[in-house]
Design a protein around this ligand. Structure first.
Ligand code: GLC
Length: 648
């Protein structure tokens, strides 16, 4: 709704900044005016009753203007190009990889020399795990930031990052970085000042004089790392107060009820945007607003905050998409794409964590029913938003889908989850997997799973046993898992090492500051001698790498797999087979995946009932043409095999 006072306020600020709204800065001005009412409204929903609401709002306006003024010209041009390709990030041309720069190749300078490696694989999007300063020994893999603007010396300098980004841009590659919005390291300047008793900075966090409020909070707040960091508060001796620490005790939760914190963090977001970030991964957004008596997760205000951030980013850096790292229940995840008037106006991306976990479910049970029971929710994703699809990432695998989905498939939820945890953590006799339980909580019985893609698919055990058949079977499973997630819809995000079949790396057990956290077992240190084997036919590395490479290349040829919310699940005729259809215009793809260790059969009728009229199907994976048979005749899919079939 038009607001004259607001219009004038923004006009004045823009004039004071010496901007040229009739020409050079016209697009920015137009965007600002288009979003101004939303920004004001969202801001007031959060801060209307704060004594400094107005003052801080004008600071936010200044921050937006300053962010744009500092935006380098090439990025402004790139914003325009991206805007012209509506929803650039839905494309089937983008494939990502997530990696720790130091563990992958040493530092940012050396990463430039690895760009050819990514191009060879077909990866053109890099998620660099947190790069900003984070104290050794208490860094949570970089998610405890002590300086949001200084690249940690382990990786190089800010300038190295800029050079890398420029080189990537030259090569048409995309960059994703994190903003750790929910907390800072206890070594951050704000935290240090707070520790010394400065009230201003204590107000940046949740500080309490005694245990009375923390005790009340603890009654309803779950624990995130119950083994290594129980409870949600930490006592600070110097100031004799308790501070909220939902994750580790060295990660202090920022208090967004204080608008000053918002202003500081929006400024940091623009700082990252102006480094050329294409997708900003907002770490742990589910936690950014706390309210006594709640779980302090997924609160309405957290969404309001994200929407506010999104509307500001659209004004200053419209080419930067937002990924909300909300690893929460399926129903909750969907809300991060926005609802109501804000549908598709909150986060552009979310992790398809539910589907990721369900793939592991299917692999262990050979049964697709639980996965299918969850799709009803997942298909509600709004048009114009997308998933990050993946099989593994740096975090654990949580079995966070709803009990009713398991029950609908005919299983007992408790027993089913117990089976999966046993299967992947090595407590099940028949399991080929090598992994471990992460964050077991004896109070709730919850636990998540750690382990690399290859080890969880059985490669580690197969190699120990020197069993070639099992090695081949585990490779087949690795590729099946990747294929299923690559064509599903969304931006496929590989995790480094998985492209070359890395099994668990146990060196973390000897490292101080890591040994307590078994997620490090699936965060390998890359051995580039071993990686040379990707070019030696017959090696495991070569088999996994070349298959991954081929999947990426095939995906690029199939425009129907771009994420235009165009996925239909095939009617299940065989519980072992997951089948989906991706269609656009007159092109169609049937993705058929056998999660069973035996051959599985699918009648041709299963295709025909989905309006298949062509006489033949071409399998892009095996390069084979199938003649479509009678309704009662079968297509046979080999153990852990898959087909990517296009009618011809
Ligand atoms: C996110 C990160 C995880 C980290 C947590 C706390 O979930 O992915 O690695 O431990 O946030 O920052």
């Amino acid at each position: 709704m038009y607001n004259y006072g607001l219009h004038q306020q923004i006009n004045r600020a823009i004039q004071d900044a010496g901007m040229d709204i009739s020409e050079k800065d016209n697009l920015f001005y137009t965007r600002f005016m288009a979003n101004a009412a939303a920004i004001f409204d969202l801001y007031m929903q959060l801060y209307e009753h704060h004594p400094k609401a107005e003052k801080n709002f004008s600071q936010l306006v200044q921050t937006i203007i300053k962010g744009y003024k500092k935006r380098p010209e090439p990025l402004k041009q790139r914003d325009i190009v991206k805007s012209e390709t509506t929803h650039w990030f839905l494309s089937n041309q983008i494939t990502g990889m997530s990696l720790y720069v130091d563990r992958f190749c040493g530092d940012l300078k050396k990463l430039i020399n690895k760009l050819d490696y990514f191009e060879k694989l077909g990866v053109n999007f890099l998620h660099l795990m947190p790069l900003f300063e984070s104290p050794a020994g208490e860094s949570d893999g970089g998610y405890a930031v002590s300086d949001f603007r200084k690249v940690d010396s382990r990786f190089g300098t800010l300038n190295d990052l800029k050079i890398l980004q420029q080189e990537m841009q030259q090569r048409n590659m995309y960059l994703m970085l994190d903003i750790v919005l929910n907390h800072t390291s206890q070594r951050h300047e704000w935290a240090q000042n707070a520790r010394q008793g400065e009230k201003k900075y204590q107000d940046y966090y949740y500080f309490y004089n005694d245990r009375s409020l923390p005790d009340q909070y603890d009654q309803t707040m779950p624990e995130i790392f119950p083994e290594s960091a129980p409870g949600n508060f930490t006592y600070i001796e110097e100031c004799k107060k308790w501070v909220m620490t939902v994750f580790h005790n060295y990660q202090w939760d920022l208090n967004y009820k204080n608008p000053q914190v918002l202003a500081e963090m929006v400024d940091t977001i623009f700082f990252y945007a102006n480094l050329g970030v294409d997708v900003l991964r907002i770490d742990a957004p589910a936690f950014i607003w706390k309210q006594l008596g709640t779980t302090c997760q997924n609160l309405l205000q957290a969404h309001t905050l994200l929407r506010l951030i999104k509307q500001c980013v659209e004004v200053t850096a419209p080419g930067m998409a937002l990924l909300g790292e909300a690893i929460v229940a399926p129903k909750e995840i969907l809300n991060y794409f926005g609802t109501g008037n804000y549908t598709a106006r909150e986060c552009d991306f979310a992790y398809n964590a539910t589907h990721m976990a369900l793939q592991w479910d299917m692999l262990a049970t050979g049964d697709t029913k639980v996965m299918l029971a969850a799709q009803h929710e997942l298909l509600k994703k709004p048009f114009g938003t997308s998933w990050i699809t993946y099989t593994r990432c740096h975090d654990d695998i949580g079995l966070g889908y709803d009990d009713y989905m398991i029950q609908q498939a005919g299983y007992n939820a408790y027993e089913h989850r117990k089976f999966l945890k046993d299967y992947y953590s090595g407590n099940h006799n028949d399991s080929p997997a090598t992994g471990a339980l992460f964050s077991s909580n004896p109070k709730t019985g919850d636990a998540r799973i750690s382990g690399s893609l290859a080890s969880l698919c059985g490669l580690e055990k197969a190699m120990e046993r020197n069993d070639n058949h099992l090695v081949d079977m585990s490779i087949q499973k690795i590729i099946l898992m990747q294929a299923h997630s690559f064509f599903l819809g969304g931006l496929p995000m590989l995790f480094y090492g998985d492209e070359a079949g890395y099994t668990n790396d146990y060196s973390y057990l000897k490292e101080e500051g890591k040994s307590y956290d078994n997620r490090w077992m699936h965060r390998p240190v890359i051995d580039w001698e071993k990686n040379k084997k990707i070019d030696e036919p017959g090696t495991i590395e070569n088999k996994v790498f070349s298959a991954t490479q081929r999947l990426i290349a095939i995906r690029r040829k199939l425009d129907m797999v771009a994420d235009y919310s165009n996925l239909v699940w095939m009617t299940p005729h065989n519980i072992h087979i997951a089948g989906y259809i991706r269609a656009i215009d007159d092109r169609k793809l049937f993705g058929i995946f056998n999660f069973k260790d035996k051959p599985s059969y699918l009648t041709w009728y299963a295709f025909k009932e989905h309006n298949l009229t062509a006489a033949k199907l071409f399998d892009h994976w095996e390069n084979v043409i199938y003649d479509i048979g009678e309704d009662r005749e079968y297509l046979v899919i080999k153990p852990y095999g898959f087909l990517l079939l296009e009618p011809v």
